[in-house]
Design a protein around this ligand. Sequence first.
Ligand code: IFM
Length: 531
Amino acid sequence: MAIASRLSSPQPVEPVANADSPTLRTHVVLPKDGVVTFEKLTSIYTSRDTQDPLAAARAKAKTAQTTGYDALYGAHIAQWATHWQASDVQIEGDEEAQIAIRFTQYHVLIAAPQHDDDVSIGAKTLSGLGYKGHVFWDTELFILSPLIYSQPHIAKNLLMYRYKRLAGARRKAHANGYEGAMFPWESTDTGEETTPQWSDPQPDGTRIRIWTGDNEQHISTDIAYAIFQYWHWTDDDAFMRDYGAEIVLDTAVFWGSRAERTPDGRYVLTNQIGPDEYHENIDNSVFVNRMAVWHLTEALGLLSWLTANAPADAARLTEQLQLTPERLDRWRDIIAKMVIPFDDKKQIHVQFDGFFDLEYVPVPRYEPRVGGVWPMLGHHRALRSQVIKQADVVMMMALLGDQTAPREVMLNNWKTYYPRCDHGSSLSPSTHAWVAARLGQDEDAYHMFHHAAMIDLQDNKGNVRDGIHGAACGGLWQAIVFGFCGLRLDADGQPHLNPRLPAHWKRVTFHTNYRGELRRFVVENPVLVAP
Ligand code: IFM
C-alpha cells in the first residue's frame, strides 16, 4: 500500500527527523485575525489496484495538485449528491432521528465497495481496528439491506465477495466432515475461517475459548437470505443463475449433511450457537433450525425455478453439486421433520433445548446501566442464566415475518424474550425496534430505535473507539423502512407499505431503486399531516 501527499504551503516546510509519524514543520507569523491556508492532497493505492502503487499514488497526488482543492471538492460534492439522491432518508418531526439516519447511511456508504466485487465490509467498517476488519453476518443481514434497496450495484459487489470465497467455504465444510459449503463465521480475503480460538487475556490472566468459528453456523443461511432479498427486490435473474444459485444450493447441501437424524426419525442440530452468543454449543436453537428449514425450502424452490427458466444452469448445478434425487428427498425429509422447539402450553418458541431450565434474571431491574447485564453476572453465572445477548427468537421473527407463526404466538415471543435481552450486542436494538413496530409495540419500538440510533453518536456501548458499528448503521435503516414504514414485497413482487410511524413523526421519505426504477416513498402520519 502506498500513500503519497502533496502539500501547498505559503512558506517552505521541512521534514522533522525522528518523529513518531511523518511530520513536516513550518513557521508562519500572522497578523491578528490573519489567515494562512495549507492544502494537503493525499492519494492511496494498493497492489490490488495497480502493479506499482507508489508510482500511481505519486502520479495521482501530482494531478490532484494541478486540479486544485476547489475543483476536487466540487467534484466530491457532486458525487455525494448522487449518493444522497439514491439513499437519503428524511424524517420530519424528529431532528435527532434525522441526524442519526444520515450519520449511519453515510457510514454505510463510505464503507461500501462501489467498484470492487472482491471485498466486503468489516464489522467496524474501515473506521477502527475492532475485529481486525473481519467480515461477519453483519454485512449480509444488516448492512446490505439499505444497499439492496437503494444502490443494488453495490449490494451485488458484496454478494460477489462471498461467491468468490465459495472454495474456502467448501474447504471448511470438508475439514469439519460435512458436504457442500460452510462459510466461515469471520471472513477475510482468503475465505478461510479466521475467528480467533481464544480471547485476549482476562483480568485474571486466563483466556476464554471462542466457539463461534466452530459452531456459529447460521452464517451460511444468512448469506442465502441476503441473496434472496437481493433477487426478489432487483429481479436480477442473471445474478441468480450465474452466481447466487450456486451459493444457495451448495450451502443447502451443507445443511443436508449437517442435520442429524434421531432414532425416532426426526432431525436435530446439536452443538450450535444462535445469534445469542451468550449461550454456546446448545442443541436445537430455534433460530438455526427454523432458518435451516427455510433455507432448504427455498433451495428446492430455486432449483424448480432454474429447471423451468434456465434448464442449462439447472443441469450444470445438478451435476456439479450432485443434487441427486436422494439428496433432494433428504432435504424434504428434514423440512418435514426438523425439531422446532415450541412450548404448546405457553404458545411460544423455545430459544433452545433447556433454555427455561436456566436461572431467570430480571434484566429490566438492572436499569439504568451502560454495559450489558452479562458482564455484571460474570461469565460462569451468565452462561447458566436466561440473559440473552441480542435478538435471537426476535431475529427469526424479523427475517421470517408473518411466516414465523400466528400473530398471538409472535406477541407471546416478544413478551417473553424482550425482557430477557440485555442488548450486549449493537446488532440487537434495531432488530427489536423493527419487530416491535410490526407487532404494534409502539413504545418499545421507539425506545429500541433510539437506543440503536445513539450507539455511535452517544457511544452508548462504550466502545466506539474500536470503530463504527456497521450493523447498527444498516439496522437503523431496517428499523425505519421495514419496521416503522412496513415496506415489504407482496406475493406478486410489488412493494407494499404498512406504516406504523412513531406518534411524533410527521413524515418519512425514502428512496429506492426497485428493479432499475428509481422510486420515492413518502409515508405520512395522518394525525400530524392535515388532509
Ligand atoms: O456479528 C456480531 C455478533 O452477532 C455479535 N458480536 C459481534 C459480532 C460483530 O459485530
